[in-house]
Design a protein around this ligand. Sequence first.
Ligand code: FAD
Length: 590
Amino acid sequence: SVEPENPQYDYVIVGGGTCGLVLANRLSEDSNVTVAVIEAGGSVFNNPAVTSTSAFGEAFFTDIDYAYNSTPQVYSDNRTATWHSGKALGGTSTVNGATYIRAEAAQIDAWEGIGNAGWNWSSLWPYYKKSEHIQPPTPSQAAHGITYEPSVHGVDGPLAVGWSIHDAPANTTAIIGQTWNKLGYPTLQDDNTGNLRGFYVWPRTLNRTADIRADAARAYYWPVSDRENLHAYTFTTADQLVWDEAKPQPYGYGSSSPASGVRVTASDGTKQTIRASREVILSAGSLRSPVILEQSGVGNPQILNRHGIQPKVALPGVGENLQDQANQVLAYTISLNLSSTEWPPFGTFATANDLFGSNTSAVESYVRSQIPTYASRIAAQANNSTTQAIQEKLLTLQTDLIFTQHVPVAEILTAPFPSALSIAFWDLLPFSRGSVHITPQFINGSAQPAINPNYFMIDKDAIFQTAIARQSRQAARTSPLADIAPRETAPNTTTVPIDASDAQWLAWLKATYGTNSHPLGTCAMMARELGGVVDPELMVYGTRNVRVVDASVLPYQIDGHLTSTLYAVAERACDIIRGRPLLAPESVQL
Ligand SMILES: Cc1cc2nc3c(=O)[nH]c(=O)nc-3n(C[C@H](O)[C@H](O)[C@H](O)COP(=O)(O)OP(=O)(O)OC[C@H]3O[C@@H](n4cnc5c(N)ncnc54)[C@H](O)[C@@H]3O)c2cc1C
């Protein structure tokens, strides 16, 4: 079909990914409004690397994966890390591990304290449920040790959540669960209650009956794709926002005229402007939404001026505050004959007390004493976008969550495969901060943006990662797991001896980490004076009709995995945008 030149819609959504398609669906529920989605990728509806529930990793480095590279990491041997990221309708939900685990309640409650009135666990809770429909464990899965708590799940949302028909054999659930119980971790009835400490067999975003991945497109887009008021521009890249210069800047200096649309490039190189009569909403993900803002003149004037971009809104937090977790894997031979073809869904969440035991207060004292140093180090690398005092406030909040509220700090996945056992783990709440920004090469289309997570910049992260590695190894050396995993092959006890020092562990950790693929924080929802980019209504400060709704708005790392929380945030954002009454907060009673 022939597109009208410079077509106009009420809402233009940039990025048809995990959050973008929630917006596309909910905003177009109102047949009186028109909605456009601009998506750089295409449909993966029939792509087996996406649809198969056993294909994790098969889409990596294909044409639906951006496969971003970080800059050389100066605090860890100058290695670069590869960040997979979906380029398709459905975004990263089409290539991810599909794990469905919500955040820890106290972390979401803490959002309110940094300028986000109305955002807390109780107010997000009904939106977690609104997005989900749970498929209870089958009798056979229940016999394999899978449990759940019906009252905490949604029953009629678009997103299918459940356990795969290829679930791991019964004996491994018992072996792994008993091992973690022996180490003091309870087995949870359900890990989606907001209290994560313990061992659990987690559900995934999949349709069990059809045995197919439930990505954002399958859940939110395809069921409504024939709506006449919804149009997806696929294989189309958004370059920058267009401002209506004829209209006044509402807030004087440092604010913009309204955005009137988005300049896009189609796959054949044709450029056009898709006009927005109400709003432009960026949902291009943590690594792209901030650079689209920068290309549109919203960001740190020092950076914009360096690239010859006229600043429209001075917002130094754009692209800063990037946080990701470092992921590591211990490997063992296995003496069981397993037939499972799945990634076995066994997770353990550990608190600082679990990791440090009687040494916890000493670790807490050390971390608290170092906050000024950590804060000054973060401020020094942040392009003059923040101060030591601001970072001290933000790090103190995180420290309180860890040591006062006892939120889990480690996620450990114990995964028996037919040929090996792996134990993957990560520090959930790193203090290191980095950035993503435009470069001349990115602007001329020849390279990716500059992505620098600064892994291990802060020694707290090294201390925690080392303790988590030790705890993971201890699990492998505890029966009954020790009986089926007789020999460690990575790192092995020669490289990292059983009584290895912190320095020996750290050398191995820095040489082998990979990204955990959970980047966030680069358009943080936070008070503007703290470096925030969007307000509690997800509106970009200094603009009047540009919002961001994607992982970049999460202000700091959370427990669990991101999509469950992102679907909930996007659902709540839709009610905000539509001006509808928000769902009533609910407290979780168990
Ligand atoms: C390997 C991997 C495994 C993961 N495993 C899990 C897991 O098991 N469970 C979990 O909950 N989370 C997991 N995550 C994290 C989670 O999938 C992401 O955090 C989440 O999907 C991000 O959603 P988003 O809406 O922010 O961005 P995305 O879903 O990435 O959507 C952004 C969209 O914007 C498009 N886009 C970008 N730039 C432009 C542009 N200029 N013009 C037009 N379109 C553009 C992209 O193509 C993409 O479709 C994983 C992530 C990865 C990479």
